[in-house]
Every structure is written in C-alpha cells, then in structure tokens.
Design a protein around this ligand. Structure first.
Ligand code: MG
Length: 159
C-alpha cells in the first residue's frame, strides 16, 4: 500500500452583494467571494491538497481563470474532476482536514452540511471529512472582513 499526503491553501476577497459558497454549501451572508468561479475558497484549497498528494500541479493550472469554460463554475464540479483524476491514478481518498478562517458569519451551523456535501463528492464517509472554522480574533485581513483564508490537508491511499 502506498499513501500520499498533500496540502492546499487559498484566499478569496470578500465584497458586498456576492453569493458566499463554502465547502459546497451556500452560506447566508451580506458578503460573498470575488472570483472567476463561484469563489468556494474551501473547495479550492481542498482541490490543491488532493492535487498536491500526487504532484499534479494546482487548481489554477488545471482550470485556468483566463478560460471562459470555468467562468462562474460550481466548484463542486472542479472537485469532482480532481477526484476523478485521483481515481485514474489508482488512489482513493483516505481522509481530508479543512480549516477555514473567516471573521463572519459564524460557520458552526453549516459545518455538518459541508462535511456531508464534500464526503459525497470525495466518495468517502463523513467521518473521513473534517471541516473546522475559526475567526482570527479581528486581526489581519480576515479579521477586518476583507477576505477568507483556507488550509486543507489530504491523505490518499492506493486502491
Ligand atoms: Mg480560489
């Protein structure tokens, strides 16, 4: 058996009047993410973690933001493409761990929904999908509600 580990990181800026998608879930908020896609910064970090496991580059390389094909795209579709690539290479998802830094709104009511949604796309049970949220105690760009920062770790195992 071979195991692979990878990490991913992403940031998106917040702006008023845009939809907020995080972990595949629509979050009620007065601010949303500025992006070429739907701006789901949690899924983007997770995609990069999965790609990092197999040294397959990054999400920007696979789905360029200069391409109209990916304009406004549902990031769940990008994640399913990455998962398909992982399976093609002979691996399956072992577990993933995602940490979201956002000042507001509070994400606690949405964590279970995110875990369920991501587990469905990753093809694993929810107990293999961790999603955690934190504020930055009002410090930095996250604390000033200018953006959201996400770190993700993924472990793959051979099928
Ligand atoms: Mg992104």
């Amino acid at each position: 058996m071979d195991i692979r580990i990878g990490n991913g990181y992403d940031v998106h800026a917040l702006a008023p009047g845009l939809p907020m998608w995080l972990g595949g879930v629509r979050i009620p908020s007065e601010n949303g993410f500025v992006a070429h896609s739907d701006g789901d910064v949690a899924i983007h970090a997770l995609c990069d973690a999965l790609l990092g496991c197999l040294a397959l580059g990054d999400i920007g390389h696979l789905f360029p933001d200069t391409s109209d094909e990916w304009k406004g795209v549902d990031s769940k579709l990008l994640l399913s493409r990455v998962v398909a690539l992982v399976h093609e290479k002979g691996y399956a998802v072992g577990n993933v761990d995602v940490t979201i830094a956002l000042q507001k709104p509070k994400l606690a009511p949405h964590i279970a929904d995110m875990r369920r949604t991501l587990a469905g796309i990753l093809g694993v049970t929810e107990d293999r999908v961790s999603v955690k949220a934190t504020t930055t105690e009002r410090l930095g760009f996250v604390g000033r509600c200018e953006g959201c920062e996400v770190w993700a770790t993924a472990l793959l195992i051979t099928k």
